[in-house]
Every structure is written in C-alpha cells, then in structure tokens.
Design a protein around this ligand. Structure first.
Ligand code: MN
Length: 131
C-alpha cells in the first residue's frame, strides 16, 4: 500500500460557485495520464453548488446525511447516504444539502485535457429550488 495523501487540506468552497458553507477535501489527483479527481465535499444545511457541468460527467456518492440534486429541466431529487448518482457529460446540474440536514458526498470526475473539471454557471434561484 502506498499512502499518497495522509492529510488532505480542507478548503472552503468559493462564494462564486457555492451558496452557504461548503468544505472540500481533495482526496486524489493522481499524475498523468490519469485525469481522475476525487473530492470529499461537506455541505452545511441549505448549502449547495451553483449550476455547473463537468466535461466527462461526474459520480456522486453520498456518505452521510440527506441532500438534493437537480438536472436542468428536471425535478429536484432527494439523495441520501448510500446513494450513487451519475451526471452525464455536459449536463447542467447542481447538488447540495437539504434545507435542514448536513450532507457529505464523494465527487469523482475526469478532468478535461486542459485540466478543467467543471464549467460554472448561475447561482441556484428560488424558482429553480423552492425552499
Ligand atoms: Mn457536479
């Protein structure tokens, strides 16, 4: 066994890309030719991402709590510990905690050739997600 990163540095989610309190641990970013990027993302109640998309899609695996995910044009869907969600390449979506629950998920993506893991859009509005 090789431990590649014993203590990830926890970073705050940037205000332009997230609403509420979000903390991210980058668990894995192995060297090329791998483009795997794996994060553990912790959302406080009511916190969530802005609308965004991933060039090669994204796997979300909920570790703790209850949360929400919405794909553009679709309903807000509940997710909870044990659920695994696949987001299609280029599909606009957002994800985060429920209004009164914490939520932690693993987020696994493949970066684009230029290193991009996400394209960010507008913040989620009350019309998208009535609280
Ligand atoms: Mn995403």
């Amino acid at each position: 066994m090789q431990i590649t990163r014993q203590r990830p540095e926890t970073r705050r989610g940037a205000a332009e890309n997230f609403t509420g309190t979000v903390w991210l641990d980058e668990l894995a970013a192995p060297p090329a030719p791998s483009r795997l990027r794996m994060f553990n993302v912790h959302f406080a109640p009511g916190a969530h991402t802005a609308w965004h998309r991933h060039p090669h899609g994204q796997v979300l695996h909920v570790l703790e709590g209850e949360g929400l995910v919405q794909r553009r044009g679709g309903a807000v869907e509940p997710i909870r510990a044990g659920d695994t969600v696949w987001i299609e390449p280029g599909e606009w979506h957002w994800h985060g905690a429920g209004p009164r629950t914490f939520m932690t998920h693993l987020a696994v993506v493949e970066a684009a050739e230029d290193g991009t893991t996400a394209d960010w859009g507008a913040h989620v509005t009350p019309e998208d997600h009535p609280a």
